[in-house]
Design a protein around this ligand. Sequence first.
Ligand code: WTA
Length: 658
Amino acid sequence: MVDRNGWGRDRHVLTGSLRRPPSSFVEQANVTESGIHEAFEENWPECWERAADLLSWSDAYDTVLEDEDAPFYRWFQGGTLNASYNCLDRHLEAGRKTHTAIRWEGKHGERETYTYRDLFVAVNEFAAALGDLGVEEDDVVTIYLPMIPELPIAMLACARIGAPHSVVFAGLSADALATRMAAAESEYLVTCDGYYRRGDAFNQKSKVDNALLGLEQDVQTVVVDRLGDDLPHVLGNNEHDYYDLVDAFAGETVDPVPRDAGDMLFLMYTSGTTGEPKGVVHTTGGYLSHVAWTSHAVLDIKPEDTYWCAADIGWITGHSYIVYGPLALGTTTVMYEGTPDYPDRDRLWEIVDRNAVDIFYTAPTAIRAFMKWGEEYPAQHDLSSLRLLGTVGEPISPRPWNWYYEHIGTENCPVVDTWWQTETGAVTVSTLPGVDEMKPGAAGPGLPGIDVRIVDESGAEVDAGEAGYLTIARPWPGMARTLYDGDDRFLTEYWDRFSNPDREEWRYFSGDAARVDEDGYITVLGRVDDVINVSGRRLSTMEIESAITDVPGVAESAVVGRSSETKGTDIYAYVSTEGGYDDTAAVREAIIDNIEAAIGPFARPEGIVFTPELPKTRSGKIMRRLLEDVANGEELGDTSALRNPEIVGEIQAEIRDE
Ligand code: WTA
């Protein structure tokens, strides 16, 4: 599906030149060994003991990796551990009771601080309450909470008693919740009455009631009273008030259950755009080792840092890098409720300033919004506490990368562009900020020990500078153990396409396309299903978008295919501009010039539609498929999963008026 000849042209336009991380950073970095990539290579898989050594094990493991059931790999077999012990007890034992674990920034300016001791107490009380409700080891507990402290508390309480959690993002619909609970046969649910969205009280419990109506199993529901008098609610059968439950177990402690390294720590459903959601199973030992190691080596987290990942815990980024990674390392993790532009567009910078945040991790979509709002918002605050910046979730093109580097990091902070997925559990491609040079637009080389191969349709590696499929040739500790829906689906979704079982050659397929340069740096081009074919030439919509967003004045863009009689598909672009760029005719001309320069005249869009915003899912991903339907004048399906459904009508009107 990937046209090797059509890719990788003018790659100097798409990626910037190498930049050395600031020496002030390197001098203090956790990992600085220049030969670390080679050292991992020579000592693989034992090199991964460095990750496991960051944890406290109840029983030491016998082997680092067992592969006889490949690709159902067993990491750290024989070892036992408890994730909540690793995130809590061991820090208390080390005399760090009064150190801040979580700093919570609420929607309306509320602030709460949990020391490690406070968090330990809260987790133990809720673990006792869960046990009293009947939750046993290996029972799946569904958690459907917004960004309030009870969310990580509930996760760690589950981990403490060996009950895997399945967190469902609070913004997902009742149907989505029901599908996930049914698939996991989950009989326990932790949720809340409601939460504040912008200024308004939003009723979460009514979504829960709808979801539970359709379920076969009986469910015990724990309800956090988040809104108090703003949304009075009455508890029904099998419903329990969170605070009443924990009050009944005040001061109680629960012994952490030792789990086998391969036991499930949690289940995370990926928001698949087609078909049933996939229940990705993560292990206790492998996953926790890998998130701790990458928190240490990539995010450079130290116990004395104030670290902030501005994601939602309802997705994998929040699991790995708000909860498990930072707490395993004993640092202070900030969690915030709300949005970056409420009450004003400087909300994040105000939080960085007030908390003297050292490390900040966010998504390109947010960075492009900051860029669109303008540098005056960060400029109002003192951001000099920052030491490292990170991005995750989508490709970031050089212009927003540079904006982030200059206006947030004031050229003093390395930027790590971390490529990974729900299924990889933790970061797999990134520069190591204390070791590797950065290249704006390219995520970086595979991390030490991670063997990324960019291959063509036949599985053969493509030449440097050419595009292909992003695959991983060897296992890694954070990898999904299987899919909860079944081992067969795990094989068909990720392994069948590029593996050769007869030769015992297993290769994980990510679903992404990427290009690797001579220097080994990987530029992720986007999902393979975002590839469009124009006149027999296959193009990455992401690559075109990168060319568009590099035009001054452009905030964001989404490129889709539109059926065309002459070309099969032609390119259709949706573009939002930064404030002050009202002359869309000039921007349009610059976009066309840039695309022609970056890719070629054949990549010139047939239509360019300007819109104030792009339609996005609640997790911030642009809904390209919907935009494709709009471009093709098709009936639109359900738009209720959108954060901003009203924008769709505006775009349709704009197209009609053209
Ligand atoms: C994309 C999020 C380019 C990619 C952690 C991947 C990225 C999907 C990057 C996984 C990056 C994530 N550069 N693309 N640095 N990080 N992606 O499962 O397409 O929500 O397959 O995990 O996001 O999304 P997921």
